[in-house]
Ligand binder design. Structure first.
Ligand code: 0X9
Ligand code: ZN
Length: 303
């Protein structure tokens, strides 16, 4: 049982996911779609209240980066709310969409942050004995190695020996490929900075539907702020932060033309940074759920 007053281990989250599916067999199912480098299960929970498996999907990935603990905590809180929440906003969301959540995309890295709290990458050894891991958000196979990633294996933004070299990115993309035509929004949870980032991260720059992403981003910003006043800001990743190629969001937009594709950098703006106190888990999740509902309410009119 998770309480969201603390951060949980990979094994606790993994077990909890199975329990949720077992307790809600008509609505939720868990698929283990792959294994991490060290053999941990890569799991996605699929939540669907009807529609014969034909509803458009909102896909949420979290914890691509090992140290961004708030992202798996928020992801599991959202799952819990989708399964047990009774608000009209949640009901509206589930009447129109299936939600797939992969709460820990980087299981080995997350487990390793118990001993090395600020570890970011995977834990593979493909680059030789001196280096462990690649940055999974530089390893996806769309415009891989086209800027903002490093070929030096000790770098925190190491791109990996090849596109999809990491089993975590490869199997996640393979899973996404099986549902690609139904994914209408892809959201990658990161921390920190309170930003809503729009692809692309390399020299392709703005997506053709940048304006639509800006407009919906504004709706999400407003919905998030409506709860506690937390300010997020929307913009293209390169314009807001830096060049970065090989991200999951770029893969979905570029390869599968997903209608909406965002990276969300959650709380805070630097006071605690990656070490966000557990007391901020629930408020971070609640404001994000408001944002998701706003996104879904607009998206359903676009489809
Ligand atoms: O650098 C990243 O991967 C993300 N920021 S973080 O501080 N969490 O590491 C931003 C990813 C956005 N990237 C693209 N759209 N390419
Ligand atoms: Zn990140």
């Amino acid at each position: 049982r998770l309480g969201w007053d603390a951060y949980y281990t990979f094994d606790e989250i993994s077990e909890w996911l199975d329990e949720q599916a077992a307790a809600n067999p008509n609505v939720a199912s868990v698929q283990t779609y792959g294994q991490s480098f060290e053999g941990r299960p890569m799991k996605v929970i699929k939540i669907s209240t009807g529609g014969n498996g034909q509803r458009p999907i909102i896909f949420i990935d979290a914890n691509i980066h090992a140290r961004e603990w708030i992202t798996n905590a928020v992801a599991t809180y959202i799952i819990n709310e989708l399964l047990n929440g009774q608000t009209s906003g949640i009901r509206g969301l589930l009447n129109n969409f299936d939600i797939h959540v992969a709460p820990v995309i980087n299981p080995d890295g997350y487990a390793y942050t118990r001993t090395d709290r600020l570890w970011r990458k995977t834990r593979s050894n493909y680059a030789g004995p001196l280096c462990r891991g690649a940055d999974p958000n530089r390893n996806f196979g769309f415009q891989w190695n086209t800027g903002g990633s490093s070929s030096i294996c000790s770098s925190d933004t190491y791109m990996g020996v090849s596109a999809f070299s990491e089993p975590e990115t490869k199997t996640t993309a393979e899973y996404l490929d099986t549902i690609k035509d139904r994914v209408s929004a892809y959201i990658s949870l990161h921390s920190y900075s309170q930003l809503i980032l729009i692809p692309y991260g390399n020299n392709l720059g703005r997506v053709p539907d940048h304006d639509n992403h800006m407009r919906v981003g504004g709706l999400v910003e407003r919905a998030i702020a409506s709860r506690y006043g937390t300010q997020f800001e929307t913009g293209n990743i390169v314009e807001m932060l830096y060049v970065a190629s090989g991200a999951s969001v770029d893969y979905m937009k570029g390869t599968h033309d997903t209608t909406l594709s965002y990276t969300l950098e959650l709380r805070d703006t630097g006071r605690y940074g990656f070490i966000l106190p557990p007391a901020q888990i629930v408020p971070s999740a609640l404001e994000l759920i408001d944002g998701l509902i706003a996104l879904a309410n607009d998206l359903k009119l676009q489809l």
